[in-house]
Structures are given as C-alpha cells and as structure tokens.
Design a protein around this ligand. Sequence first.
Ligand SMILES: O=P(O)(O)OC[C@H]1O[C@H](O)[C@H](O)[C@@H](O)[C@@H]1O
Length: 430
Amino acid sequence: MQVDLGNVLDTASSHGVSRETLERLDGRVAAAHDRIERGREAGEHGYESLNLPNSTDPAAIRDAVSRFDDPSAVVTVGIGGSALGAATLTDALESDVDAYYLDNVDPEAVERLLDSLDLSSTVVNVVSRSGTTAETLANFLVVQEAMADAGVDWADRTFVTTGEEGNLRDLADQHDLPSLPVPDGVPGRFSVLSTVGLAAAALCGHDIEAVLEGAAAQEARLSDSLFDSPAYAYGAVSYALAERGLRQNAMMPYAESLETFSEWFAQLWAESLGKDGLGQTPLRALGATDQHSQLQLYRAGPRDKLVTLVRATEREDVSIPETDLDGLAYLGGSSLGELLDAEFEATEASLAAAGCPNVRIELDRVDEYGLGELLYAMEAACVLYGELASVDTFIQPAVEWGKRAARGLLGGGDFAEADAVEEKSRLVVE
Ligand SMILES: O=P(O)(O)OC[C@H]1O[C@H](O)[C@H](O)[C@@H](O)[C@@H]1O
C-alpha cells in the first residue's frame, strides 16, 4: 500500500502544504509516535487496538465458528463498530456465503431481510462490545422470534461476540451460546482486526490470517517520521490540511468493493476526531459514479475539502467490445478497468488544477491482505491525527446523550433529557 501526497504538495492553493511544512510537522509526528508506542506497550485503552495484528488469534476465531457447517448466509446483528468493520471485509470479498447486516432498526428493512432468508441454514452473529446497545438487542430479539416461528432452534444457529458483562453476555450464558470475547482496550470503531470484525469474515470462509498479515505489514511501517510511514503520512497531512480549513474529507474509492470501507472510515474519523470543536467531517463518495454527482461541488464549491482517492492497481478486467458507432471508437479495444483508471487520473488532475488538495492511496489488490493494510493504516492515521490535534481519540461522549435519551423515552431509564426531547418546541407545517 502506498500514499501519494503529490497533489497535496503541488496544489497551488493556500490550502496546500509544502514539503517544508511537513518537515516542521515531522518533529511533532515523532513525539506523537513516541506517545502511541508507550500507550501500546502499556496496553492503554485505545492504543491497544494497534497491537491487534499480533494479539488477535485467528485460529481461535476459526475454531469458534467451525461448528457451523456450510451456512447459506450469515446475519450479523450489531451496529457502528460492531458491524462496519466486518461489513467492510465481507462486502469487499467474494464468498459463497451471503453476508447481511442488521444494524438499523428500520422495521420494514428488518422484515424484508428475514422474509428473504432460509433461517434454517443461516448463522446469526450477534456482536456488541458493551452488550447493552438497544438497536442490537432489539434486532436480536426479533431475529430470535422469527427463527422460533420458522421452527428453527435459534440457540443452535447463534454466535455471540461481546464483553464480559452486559445483557448480551447474560443471554449468552443463559442459553449456553457459543461466544468469543471482545479484547480489552479496543473501542468498537478500532475493532475490525479483532474477534468483532473477523468472525463474520471467517464464517464466510475468508483468509483472516492474511487480513492480519496485511495489517502487520503496515504496523511494521510505523515510525517516528511521516516520510517513512504511509499511515502517518496520511494522518499528518489530513491534520495539517484540517488546520488550514479543509474541514471535510471525501473518501472516494474507485472500487465498488470498497464502498462499505467508506462507511467504516466515516465512523472512525467522525467519532474519533470530532471533539472540542475540532475534527474533519468524513464524506462518502464512490468513483467513478460520484464524478457524475458530487465532483462539481468538490471542485468548485467551498474550499473546505480534502479528497482521498483510493484504488487497487491490480484487478480483474472486462474488455469493451469494438464499435463502429460514430465518436465511440476510442472506447473499443479498451477495457472497463482502463476507463476507470483514466477517470481516476482525470479526477485527480482536475481537482489539482482547481487547487483542491487530494491524496492518492493505492493498494495492490482488494484482497484480504490489501484490506488488512488499508484498515490498519487508517486506524494508525486516525490515532496520529488525534495526538497532533490533542483530542481524546478513543471516547465518544457526545453519542451517549442521544442513546440514553432514547432509552429514557422508551421507559428504560430515568434520564432527564428524555423529557427535554419530549417538550422541545416544534414547528409542524401540515
Ligand atoms: O458494540 P456496541 O457496544 O454495541 O456499540 C456499538 C456502537 O455504539 C455507539 O453508538 C458508539 O458510539 C459506537 O462507537 C459503537 O460502535
């Protein structure tokens, strides 16, 4: 994996950063790296996540899920960090096992999915770090009932990944459900390389060892200089650009297989860095599709965006048939991959020409190893950015208010803000 900062350095814009700026920042990168390494060595909350390439035991995960013979589908019930990492992997990789995610509690979507499945050959993978998240527990209760109604022994088809305490742990103990623990010190959005993210991938038959090997390769590249580490280069430049007013980061992979990766990145970047009035708002885009949708804004709208372009340099390709249609001869004999690459490079050049900084991230392939590299590098980039910005990367207090208020409104707690939600003034126009 490599990170090309050419269009950040060269961009003739007040937002671009010069090589000298980065050299000055590099002293702070060294200090941040030192802090990160100390945190990792002491197993401190959050920093521990960067140890996962070595501390995760893939054989234990494989062993734990091996009891499920040949499932037709895996439904992961989880939300946020308990779904997006696993979904990034299973959406990117091909498998004979269909992977689905019940994260939202949209009743129509839940019903539609459950109606479409053969529940007798489906594995239900329930994931919650805290074991108390309302959406996850509610969806699980619904799935449980649907299985019972279909005459399926739900306890026989359910697998749980959760912490040592919480409602989900109680449920797993009560029904003797097979389970895996969530490692200590690993927040949900940093848990893709643990049991949380890898169990679904293992159930789908993916090579989870290779995911960890890819991650380990990026871990080995962490160093006290941003010029030696792709992960730190990306984190430091994103921070430097945010400081110059680029408060939005459009993650734009040129691979459909990486569309869910942008969702995962959005949670990582938003929850980790959006604090104390700081942060960089993640935007989700897909190349080439969003060239025909959002690119107008990126190029000519407010000058507040970094665009991150991601692609794989090797992939399967499809040739474009020759045609004698007027004006289309240039396409014939070429391939869809060549067209996508041309679109990628044209977008990059067009953004640079308009003074819009953009970073290019290239993987060899979107395979298990490449995904491991990409996911680990983005996590390390985020941790470095958090250090440079002096925010507490590993907490998300702003999320808690809404969670508690929702529970209060359902009568599940005595949280006073629930009353505020009920009584706030409204303007209803009918
Ligand atoms: O894994 P869980 O404890 O169920 O948490 C799921 C999600 O809940 C909250 O919304 C947190 O802000 C997320 O960081 C977390 O990933």
